[in-house]
Design a binder for this molecule. Sequence first.
Ligand code: F6P
Length: 514
Amino acid sequence: MSDNISSAWTHLQSLPQRTLAELFEGDDARVDTLSARIEWDVEEGQAGILFDWSKTHLDADLIAGFEKLAKACDFAGKRTKLFGGEIVNVTEGRAATHSAMRGVGDDADVEEGQALLARMGMLVEAIHGGALGEVEHLIHIGIGGSALGPALAVDALTRDLALVDVHVVSNIDGVALEAAFEACDPAKTLIAVASKTFTTIETMTNAASALKWLSDNGVPDPTGRVVALTASPERAVEWGVDETRVLPFPESVGGRYSLWSSIGFPVALAVGMEDFTPMLAGAQAVDLHFRDTDGAENLCLRAAFADQYYTRLRGCQTRACFAYDERLGLLPNYLQQLEMESNGKRVKADGSPVDGPTAPITWGGVGTDAQHAVFQLLHQGTHLVPVDFIVSIAPGDALDPAHHAILLTNCFAQGAALMAGGNMAADGKDPARAFPGDRPSATMLCDDLDAATLGALIAFHEHRVFANAVLMEINPFDQFGVELGKKMANEIGSGDGDFDASTKALLERAGLAD
Ligand code: F6P
């Protein structure tokens, strides 16, 4: 750790801890100072998201301290490298060009991204136009970053109408694939095989079984029903997919950052390119904000300041995200991979050990359901858990407006209650009914939850992850942590390797030992 970084942390640790009540009492402008919108153009004017971080413990001293830390970590320089298409994934010698897919980045990367998306658009339109016969269903096969984004976006954006019925299958557990088969007519089904590497065992095994299903059900030329989404197009062609149905994406787009590339094909097929493109536009609005805004006015960096404060200065081991929106039910799963696979590291980018905890454990759920399940611990448990709330002002339903009003008021009431605390006993003396309060939350208040807003929300979290990584000096773009288990599974599968007594006994019991 450089002297500047270490003295920035020492200074941050020395700052007094003030309660949320004290912070609000002493500052009439607190809400204005710590809330701001990111907006984008829509036909009627501007739409956007309000990011309210006023119910966190950030204050002017902490912000100044974290801005000093960001400077010492060369946040601005690293951000320039990110958007300039330079190598930021140092352990794998790669750039990270996901924002170029949304039109923000180095010119050559943006041009390449646009050409690849145009190619995807042509295939989507051809399929909608009947070029591959009648297509009612798509079974999208992928795992991790090749599945979580499509699953989230399809679920969020096709509640009213899906041009094609999409089933995302990731697990190697055949129960998942069988459920998709059950729901689809093989004669009217396409298979998308989504794999950056086109080698992942779960995906390739599921893909082979999907081809067999088509063939068993009398579909002639099953590989003619496959679309490949990959950064290894030559492997897809070798596997049997015709080049015209291989949609490549750049190697520099990481798996968990790949929704914007051809991995987004199922979303585009389900909603149409006219509704897929706004998702990129919403993300682009956040890219531009993140690229062009300095200091704590940069809302992704501001969120990272709060994240670092809670993780490193207050010892919080988890952060929770509750979307008060049924359509965002898969968001916590998506964020888990984005945040924990990116920043769950124990060494810095230069290989030296980290100086403190890295990514907190991301978890969450949907409000108001979660209130009746896990909020007890948030209000009265012994863990301090910073909470993010996400909610849309416009309803997603056409029922009595009372539904949405109750949803919104519950969301706001939870943030207020976590902060205020209190005692529900008439005499204020019953400890079981006492709430300590001073529990932090942030609120993302969306005008509406449409494709652009979803894109903006995801891009916000991507840049928040990057900003956190810079402050911790780690590389968020590799994921070697998932490799060892994969290697051992291969060794077990091939009968190689010498395992511990417990694993041997389990293998024997399951009939998998030699
Ligand atoms: O789990 C590790 C990982 O490499 C993820 O980062 C990635 O999203 C997933 O596997 C799938 O990999 P692929 O797209 O190459 O099949």
